[in-house]
Design a protein around this ligand. Sequence first.
Ligand code: NAD
Ligand code: ZN
Length: 714
Amino acid sequence: MAGMTTPGAVIVDAAAYARAVEDAVKAAAAYYEGGTSVLDDDAYDRLVRSIAAWEAAHPDQVLPDSPTGKVAGGAVEGDVPHTVAMLSLDNVFSAQEFTAWTASLARRVGHDVTRFSVEPKLDGLAIAARYTEGRLTRLITRGDGTAGEDVSHATGTIEGLPERLAEPVTLEVRGEVLMTTAQFEHANEVRIAHGGQPFANPRNAAAGTLRAKDRAYTVPMTFFGYGMLPLPGTEDTLAVSLAESPHSDLMERVAALGVNTTAGTAVPGTTADTPGEVLARVQEIAALRAELPFGIDGIVIKADLADDQRAAGSGSRAPRWAIAYKLPAVEKITRLIGVEWNVGRTGIIAPRGVLEPVEIDGSTITYATLHNPADITRRDLRLGDHVMVHRAGDVIPRIEAPVAHLRTGDEQPIAFPESCPRCGADIDSSEQRWRCANGRNCHLVASLSYAAGRDQLDIEGLGHTRVVQLVEAGLVADLADLFTLTRDQLLALDRMGETSTDNLLAALAAARRQPLSRVLCALGVRGTGRSMSRRIARHFATMDHLRAADAEAIQRVEGIGTEKAPSIVAELVELAPLIDKLAAVGVNMTEPGATPPPPPGTEDSTEEGAAGAGPLAGMAVVVTGAMTGPLEKLSRNEMNELIERAGGRASSGVSKKTSLVVAGEGAGSKRTKAETLGVRLLTPDEFAVLVADCLDAADRDPVDADPADAALVG
Ligand SMILES: NC(=O)c1ccc[n+]([C@@H]2O[C@H](COP(=O)([O-])OP(=O)(O)OC[C@H]3O[C@@H](n4cnc5c(N)ncnc54)[C@H](O)[C@@H]3O)[C@@H](O)[C@H]2O)c1
Ligand SMILES: [Zn+2]
């Protein structure tokens, strides 16, 4: 486990120190009173560490209201005195620090401690529950440690803290009040429904809820006991046995009285005989943290035996017989800057929060799950909100809640999509989880639309709406089906007249003759875009050669490494039935002008060997700016195709290796770079002359787009 002490900013002078103290006291007051601190715990802890560092160097200038050395940072007061001080805990952050602590404990006690109790450090707030003859009579917060606040009004809303014990005893039970994840979500829902603002996380929610009186609604919380002690009215023998029992025994007895403890959870308190055993248990608890239904921020280790505790004693802020082994913070405040809508395999449209990058436990987090649109509404999330982000273990980060008290008023509502973001179809929003009306076919619509696109098979008249129509009519279930569409089938469709039908059939006929590179691209082989498809096609020349290639052979294509090659092979195997079907309906499977590689073993083939002919042979060519003259109608993709047909290699960045830059109108930084590097520059017209022999095939007259698609294409 990595140490988590992030260094605090260094305080440079007394004025900065005074400001830091003021900020910390304010944050702590907000934190303990209503759970509305502007800082996340990590930021607060860093602030306090920098305060402590400055004080260590200037011991004579420590301000009286400094948070260091005080329970609750000195920010909280109370009027109900505690019989025994309710203290905080000192922290360690690593195995080394823990071992050092056990050594200092041994010095205080006079011998090695041979029995520890090890418990999760529950992330809520401490409370003392006084029982008189078995009845719960008073609930008190920790306050400043010596006196707390009476919160007896919360009696009856805290699960695990019974109003009556199993025996009519008088004593005090101490423990943590918290909200489980489910309780927290429920609490925020209820709160928002009552016009309130959500709490940022379960701890804040527990703090705010515990102290609130006279609410129109109650929300449940959970109690876990971790201490039991006598009160002035406690019967003598009981008082003695409470004072003399090991902590672990007390925990069994508190549970037997009917109070909830961690015994029933995945992380029950245990005992350990050596520091090594303690550390092993720390690891176990840390590993379970992400799956727990409640938050923990560390592990509490206590000397188990009463004698050892007494011998160690207590300081003003914390006992010396116990220590908190802190785990890395799993929550940070950052901003929600966007929401993406992704369509899954089954057509489910799921939102995902885009975050201002934030580091949590060593990883930079930029995305968080948001379950569905209703979830966004229910939690009242807005764009630009500060949000509490939670990430533990390998679990996908989630947004806990907006930090509502940090709102500026500039936050914007989150826009929900009106049509499927992948295929453009209507959205079925009848259930919580939205779904594309095309369901599983969403992917088919999207992939057919892609295949028909200008840089792939370039099928004029087959826009998005038309694809949806064909899929919905059940006429096409894959790419190959397009090529067996009949005139009658097309005429029977809505808004399909004679002319559009004939145009579409002509476009499909032309698409059959597209080069292999474009067929490959249309297939959407994962990991291969347009230029990669061209390189593969030029290298193998025919689909048969490509399909016969193993990963090693495919790696001979420039830009395909050891990772990509096997996945391309696997994709082609998966696509085999579709490829066969396409070939059967007459789709071209060869690359004009390319020669297949010699069979393996004959002679080492190189890229140059395969693409050695043509006016651009061996040249790396970059195109920038707008093309004019004979090249005016060529898309950037078509320009790249042209370069490769002429034997060159199209690349996007200008470097010393670039042989030629075609700079059209408006060319900017690439042209400048070429000039600086002394790379040869040509105008589009000059370039057109150079490659004139290869030009015709690329020059296609674009037909006007189908007006029915115009709205969706734009
Ligand atoms: N965000 C803010 O602005 C802000 C302000 C103040 C404090 N804080 C946070 O509060 C924490 C410090 O608060 P603290 O002084 O309450 O100390 P603490 O919460 O770190 O440790 C002491 C507390 O641990 C709890 N605890 C949980 N499980 C326990 C167990 N098994 N046995 C004994 N005690 C157990 C008790 O409530 C005890 O009072 C820090 O993490 C700090 O970041 C945050
Ligand atoms: Zn869709």
